[in-house]
Each structure stands twice: as C-alpha cells, then as structure tokens.
Design a protein around this ligand. Structure first.
Ligand code: HAM
Length: 436
C-alpha cells in the first residue's frame, strides 16, 4: 500500500544543492489548512528511475551478459552496502566524484554517504580480509551508485555499474584480461570495433615526464585530476590551479605537448626507449594482438581519468561517432590500500555503467524487444542478431518445444530448420559443421 505519511524526516545536506526544500512536515501543514490532499508527485526523484517489468527485462538481459562474461573470465561476485561511511570517499585531490556525494548525518550522528562508486568499498573489503585472501582476487559486482551529477545523456544521479577488479597481479596481463572481458561483452551484444574504441594510456607516462622536470610525487594525483578536466575546459581556465600546485609555465608547456601524443613511436621520442611506461604500453598492445582485440585499442596520452587513485595504465571506452559520454573506464590503482593506512597491493579494474551502453544499443538498434506481447518482432530480432554475429546455427526454444523436450535448430547457411532432442543439440550442430 502506498502511504504518504512519512513517519519521521531527517535533514540531508548534499554538496552543491540548495538547502531548504519543502519538507514533509510543511506539506502536511498545507494539507490541513486547505483541507485538500495534494496529489502525490508520481515521478521518482530527479535523475533516478523506476523499473517497470519491461525495464526489468532489459536490465536483467544486460546484467545477464555482464555476469556471464565475468564468470567466463573466472571472476566471483561480491556486494557491499550502498551506504558507507563518508570518510571512505574523502580524498583531497579535488575530484568531481567527491564533490558529488549524497552525504548526510544519520540519526546516530555518523557522517555517511551513498556510494558514488564501488572501488573504495572493495578496497575496504580486501583490506579487512588482509593476508587471509588467496591472490589473485578476481571479483565482480553490479552495484547501484549515486552521484549528484548535472544530468546529460547517459549521466544520471543513480546508475548501475558493472565492476571487475583484479588484486595481487602487478603485471600488465591483468589489464589485458579486463580489456578482453569488456570486448567480449561488446561482441556478445553485437557492438563492433567500428562502433566503439577503447583509449589506453598510462599515468606512468605523465609521472615520468613530471618527475624528470622536478615535480614532487605528492603533487601527481592532483595534477592528473586537473589534466582530466582539459577534456571539458580550456587550459587557461585551470592554469592558475596548476600554478598553485607548483607547475611552472615551462612544465605546463611540456605537459600539454606530452598529452597531444597519439602514437607509441612519438612517445618513445619523448620518453626515450628505456621508459617503463612505454614498455608497459607496448606489452599491453602485444597482449591485445594475441587475444585478438588490438583493433579496439587506441593509444591516447591525453586520457588520464578523473579519479585520484590511479597509478598506471588507464583506459576508457568511447563511441567512435563521438555522440556519447564515456561508456566505461578503469585503470591500475596499486597505492589505494596504502592511502587507507594498509600495505599496498597491486590492483586494477574497471567500471561500466548501464546508462550510456543502453543509449548506444538503442541507437544501433541492437536491443532485443522486451515487450512480451510481440513475439514476431522478437523472433525477427533474434534472426537479425544471429546474422550480425555471423552465427552458423540458431536454436529456437518456445513453450511447445519445452513441452516436447526438443528444440528447433536452424542452419542459417542452408536455411533448413529441424527438430532436435535437447540432449543431442551440440552433437547435431558439430556434425553439421564438420560436414559443411
Ligand atoms: P568512473 O569513470 O567514475 O570510474 O565510472 C565508470 C563508469 O561508470 C563510467 O564510464 C560510466 O559508464 C559510469 N558512470 C559513472 N558516473 C555515471 C553517472 N552519473 N551516470 C551514469 N553512468 C555513470 C569509477 O567509478 C571507478 N571506480 C571504476 C573502477 C573500478 N576503477 C577501478 N575499478
């Protein structure tokens, strides 16, 4: 039953919001004075979504692919509370995410926050288990995250974010495995490397340049956070902040020149062939070649990402038409546990939101039909999708087939469709493939 009587209210203060919204108590007194019930606002809070059954079908379809891909790569699922202690997110590098917290004081006067991202919770969990964890840890999760964002296409105040993280692997093979998972997901839903690319860089590139120019290590994270802003603002808008960090005009000029590098040969000229950052990036490209997803990757020295804790390779998925915000992003964060007072432990991972990918799939007409009443359209989509994937066979299971314990197998090259017993499907298809 829907009840408008909110039993108790508590005040919520969020950075960046105007205070003093009409409270439930004020609404109630209005009601009394006019004697009329005001109609309930039927929209969910700004930037949040309701999920009706058809929306849940879409969400479960997407999460199903994410979970399958994660398990295929040997990752185990974990979860954490959506409400965390605020201090988990207090970082001093000026990141946007820490200014967008849904934070407040609870009834026990504790400062708490809805999580804006999963990585700090994961770090807390890994740290709590400490040495009893068997490394490497390969875990995934699909948390709902909350950020008080300015709303744009694909950016909301809550979103679900597929996370995959690997702890305890210092080598670049961990990055390669994560990128493989991302590409595997894209391919499964029909997205190609013509639709989407993944920009790759390493923060070690900037770190080497800045260290050589005498910038102290403790200014590095804040410099990266500022550099990330250059995607949206002009250099002159943040020059003052850079100077406050101690970056001279000479350093800023060198920094900007480095950011414009778009190929590894040019990077070699800047860093020299003894550079560790360069060696890592070359190795990553070799792994990508061996995995078969090299065509998805683009080296781009301007990608540093906006979170303070990244220390090494960083990457970001983008639509090649340039119409949408970042599709996913991640990187290496070997020092995060140390910032929480623990022993450092190598870690790398990514977050992949549900909002931008939904826009992209809609734009490319790649979403299945989630309306239960239109079977025909659903079937047409299944045939089109199988064709797009270059599948040899399509297996069709409906209610009649389930009742009979069979499936329909369509050979897409020959256009022939036959009934096959469920237990014999794989042998049947294998035979057909062998004889074709
Ligand atoms: P992030 O770049 O802040 O990274 O977010 C990762 C992804 O989450 C974005 O690329 C986007 O798909 C989605 N996302 C973020 N904010 C919003 C929003 N307001 N609305 C819709 N989607 C959004 C992180 O959060 C890191 N913790 C990821 C990570 C995990 N790094 C290592 N492990």
């Amino acid at each position: 039953m829907l009840s408008r009587q909110s039993t108790r209210s508590f005040s919520v203060s969020m950075s960046g919001t105007s205070q003093g919204r009409a409270s439930a108590a004020v609404a109630q007194s209005k009601e009394k004075s006019t004697g009329k019930k005001e109609k309930l606002d039927l929209k969910p809070p700004k930037g949040t979504r309701d999920f009706y059954p058809e929306d849940m079908r879409m969400r479960n379809w997407l999460f199903g692919h994410w979970k399958d891909v994660a398990r295929l790569h040997g990752f185990e699922e974990y979860d954490a509370p959506v409400l965390e202690s605020e201090e988990l997110y207090i970082r001093k590098a000026g990141e946007e995410v820490t200014q967008q917290l849904y934070n407040f004081e609870d009834k026990g006067e504790r400062r708490v926050s809805l999580r804006p991202e999963m990585t700090p919770s994961l770090a807390r969990m890994v740290m709590a288990r400490g040495k009893s964890l068997t490394l490497p840890v390969k875990w995934f999760s699909i948390p709902q995250c909350w950020r008080y964002e300015r709303m744009t296409r694909g950016r909301r105040r809550e979103h679900y974010q597929w996370n995959m993280d690997i702890w305890g692997v210092p080598g670049i093979e961990a990055e390669a495995e994560l990128l493989s998972a991302i590409v595997t997901f894209f391919k499964r839903v029909g997205i190609t490397s013509q639709d989407v690319g993944i920009k790759v860089n390493s923060r070690a590139v900037l770190s080497e340049v800045l260290t050589a120019m005498g910038v102290p290590a403790d200014k590095f994270a804040a410099t990266c956070v500022l550099v990330d802003k250059l995607e949206k603002v002009k250099l002159d808008d943040i020059r003052g902040e850079m100077q406050e960090l101690g970056l001279t005009d000479e350093i800023i000029t060198k920094l900007v020149a480095t950011l414009s590098i778009k190929d590894l040969d040019a990077l070699e000229q800047t860093l020299g062939n003894g550079s560790k950052a360069l060696a890592q990036l070359k190795q990553l490209m070799e792994y990508a070649e061996a995995y078969g997803f090299r065509d998805w990757l683009i080296f781009d020295a301007s990608v540093v990402r906006g979170l303070a804790y990244y220390t090494g390779v960083v990457f970001e998925g983008f639509d090649r038409k340039g119409e949408l915000r970042a599709i996913c992003g991640g990187g290496r964060y070997d020092e995060l546990l140390a910032t929480f007072g623990g022993e450092p432990l190598p870690a790398v991972g990514f977050g992949f939101g549900d909002a931008v990918i939904a826009e992209l799939l809609k734009d490319r007409n790649l979403l299945p039909n989630f309306d239960n009443n239109k079977e025909d359209k659903k079937m047409k989509w299944a045939f089109k999708h199988a064709e797009r994937l270059g599948a040899s066979h399509l297996v069709i299971i409906g209610e009649d087939e389930i009742a009979k314990g069979i499936v329909q197998v369509k050979n897409l090259a020959k256009g022939e469709q036959v009934e096959v017993e469920v237990s014999k499907v794989s042998d049947f298809i294998a035979e057909q493939l062998a004889s074709s």
